[in-house]
Design a binder for this molecule. Structure first.
Ligand code: 5AD
Ligand code: SF4
Length: 474
């Protein structure tokens, strides 16, 4: 899953409108771990449960249904789930003393990978549901309320997207002016370190009509910026019409052009891409489509050809460098983001130096870096020559220091420049709003500059450690 690995995101925000509290007052708390696709899936689970009378809450102690939407990408991510389940067991016990039942569910990639084992390790759990079966969640919850323990991970036939309800306008509004939309799921690349092909299954693209319908609903509810999601998003393909006429095969580039026509949608992004699937049409979209933001998360993982081969990446460091050159020729102001793994089995100091050299050659505005974590069932975990923990730590520190220096350099280079910012939410201090730069950085803006949802012109005055400060340009 080459996705920006957001550290845990919290539970779905409670909807505060009084009329959102359902007749029977049932509440669901969803905690999301891992990538943006899990954030999106959590929203869709909430949507499906809302249709069944469950109002979302961000207070776990008042929840009749607790769902953990989990991540299996590294061992640490998976282990976090079990410690959380320990705490939830206590909570469930305390609620039962008050005569309240709590259904506990584990969703996401740990659910898919570990299935029944979760019930054995964590007795508080009532249901385990894999990422491709969320449309069955309301029915599964009903069975759990009847006292059954359920493992629902078998998904060969149904398509979850065809069965999940569309989000309500009011719900979309409560989530803000930016939204995720999954266009593709699964991965056929089988990088030797990665569990995704096993947990999310093989690559499936959602049909054009389904994507457009959802994008139109989101735009209609006030969404201004859409981020298309997929484990291998640029492998997306589908049948689309050409100038309203005959249909032919589209790639992500064509889809982006079509989405940009939807009134209200001002900004488009997509994540996460594989270097091998960056085709000419997609690069042309970066050149010709102003709505497509000049920011690209394109993981390379390593700069060493030997390690890239062992990882089954099927590209070299120089292939990647050439690709970046082509993308930068098309869109000179594009900012690059990436993912890196240090300490893959067999990685020597010389291999690591190749990674550092590649980082210096490319220059990243943003990056995510990880110590290699052997995952059960992946070929990498079977390799000899695992790198000792202390070496992994040293390499990660050096790599992160370089990436941080580049990130700061990029932010500093924006001081004095003017740019468009999409205002997303109120700021922490009175009189402020927070928006995003085209390059995904948070920007603090004077609230007089505009309303949430507006795109305003600002000049950057200062670069903080996490955000940029600005003055309005009138
Ligand atoms: N160990 C460490 N990092 C991993 N990633 C994926 N699998 C592993 C693993 N076994 C990283 C990759 C990927 C990101 C989402 O997580 O860099 O792009
Ligand atoms: Fe995992 Fe590789 Fe597929 Fe990304 S491309 S999801 S890292 S197997």
């Amino acid at each position: 899953m080459e996705q920006n690995y957001t550290p845990e995101t919290g539970g779905e925000m409670a909807l505060r409108d009084a009329d959102e509290t359902r007749r029977d007052g049932k509440k669901v708390f969803v905690k999301t771990y891992g990538c943006q696709m899990n954030v999106y899936d959590s929203q869709r689970m909430s949507d499906a449960l809302a249709a069944d009378g469950y109002a979302p809450t961000d207070r776990i102690e008042e929840a009749d249904l607790v769902l953990l939407n989990t991540c299996h990408i590294r061992e640490k991510a998976a282990e976090k789930v079990y410690s959380e389940l320990g705490r939830i067991r206590q909570l469930k016990h305390e609620r039962s003393l008050l005569g309240r039942e709590t259904v506990v569910g584990v969703a996401g990639c740990v659910a898919q990978a570990e299935g029944r084992e979760i019930l054995r390790r964590a007795p508080a759990v009532d249901l385990v549901i894999g990422p491709q079966t969320y449309h069955r969640l309301p029915a599964v919850v009903k069975r759990a309320l009847g006292g059954e323990k359920i493992v629902e991970t078998d998904y060969a036939i149904e398509d979850k997207f065809e069965h999940l309800p569309a989000p309500q306008k009011k719900v979309v509004r409560s989530r803000g002016v930016t939204a995720f939309l999954t266009v593709q799921e699964g991965c056929d690349k089988f990088c030797t370190f990665c569990v995704v092909p096993y947990t999310r299954g093989s690559e499936v693209s959602r049909p054009v009509a389904q994507i457009l319908a959802e994008a139109e609903q989101l735009a209609d509810a006030g969404v201004r910026e859409l981020t298309l999601l997929g484990q291998n998003v640029n492998a997306w393909h589908g049948e689309g019409a050409v100038n309203g006429g005959a249909s032919r095969e589209w790639g992500l580039g064509e889809l982006l052009f079509r989405l940009a026509e939807i009134p209200g949608l001002a900004r488009l992004r997509y994540t996460t891409s594989h270097p091998r699937d960056m085709d000419d049409a997609l690069i042309a979209a970066h050149r010709d489509l102003p709505a497509l933001m000049p920011y690209l998360h394109l993981p390379v993982q390593s700069g060493s050809d030997r390690i890239l081969k062992a990882m089954n990446r099927r590209h070299t460091g120089d292939d990647y460098r050439r690709l970046i050159d082509r993308i930068r020729t098309a869109r000179p102001d594009i900012a690059m983001s990436g993912d890196f793994i240090v300490g893959f089995p067999g990685e020597t100091d010389a291999d690591f130096d190749d990674t550092m050299r590649l980082i210096r050659d490319v220059t990243y505005a943003q990056a995510f870096s990880f110590k290699y974590s052997p995952r059960p069932g992946t070929p990498g975990a079977e390799l000899g020559d695992q790198v000792p923990e202390n070496v992994k730590n040293e390499r990660l520190q050096a790599l992160q220091a370089l990436l941080l220096e580049q990130q700061r350099g990029f932010a500093a280079s924006l001081i004095g420049k003017t740019m468009d910012v999409l205002l997303e939410k109120p700021g922490r201090e009175p009189g402020q709003r927070v928006g995003r730069s085209p390059w995904l950085q948070p920007v603090i803006v004077d609230e007089k500059a505009g309303e949430i949802g507006d795109i305003v012109r600002v000049r950057i005055t200062e670069a903080g450690s996490n955000s940029l400060f600005s003055e309005a340009v009138f």
